[in-house]
Design a protein around this ligand. Sequence first.
Ligand code: SF4
Length: 288
Amino acid sequence: MRVLTDEHSGCCNGVGRAISVAENYLKEHGTLYSLGAIVHNDAEIRRLAGLGLRTAGYDDLPSLRGSTVLIRAHGEPPSTYKLAERSGVRLIDCTCPVVLALQKKIAAKYAGLSSAGGTVIIFGKRGHAEVNGLVGQTDGRAVVVENMADLEDKLSSRVIDVSRPLALFSQTTKDPEEFVALAARLREECPSLEVYDTVCRHVSSRHRALREFAASCSVIIFVCGRESSNGKVLFDLCRSVNPRSYKVESADEIPDGIFRPDDTVGICGATSTIRWQLDKVAEAVSKL
Ligand code: SF4
């Protein structure tokens, strides 16, 4: 049995940067709070907790006066910065530069559209931290569309008013092909629709490379946290080209009896999967 690790897998720049900022701070100060889970990956959170990283919620901020709180790569809405200021916490802002640029783009577009009664639409997962940060740029008025069925609902119920100016953006980790399909459908109803493909280039190039990798292996072991929305998208992509794809959080979740002696096993993961996790799974599979 051959074991290959996808060279393009491993966490993205935005998440990797937030983790190294946290590690460096912890080395010097011993304790740091992250507002929400720093990464959707329980194993990595456990490792960082061992270094002193604590996860805090919005309600905890008033009791953390004088402490230092990290804003993760997903970013936050403007209301969070106001709450942090009122609560007297010091912020280390690790919003990914790509997300920050997207927030600014949405805020500027919203300022232009709202006077004309227009709407900002965001293709994303409702309630996801990044999406909350994006919706926050529009005073909470952006419409979030999760998928094609959701779009059809919002068109028929006129939650999306196609007679008004519309601008469509995407959460950075969504499927680029699904975004293109949604934009095409919405444009049928609203020819003047403005479309901004804001899927992160790291994610869209990952899609192409991962499809080829998954198709070239006989079995895929996809490593990611259960809460990772990008993990779900990328795993579904693997399964669409390789039906022998399995999603696990760690090597002990690999089902028994799935390998054959002549298999080429591909190990890959989401944008929140850290390289050491892929290496550990690859090592465990090599020993089978
Ligand atoms: S997926 Fe892209 S935009 Fe999102 S955190 Fe990672 S690098 Fe930044």
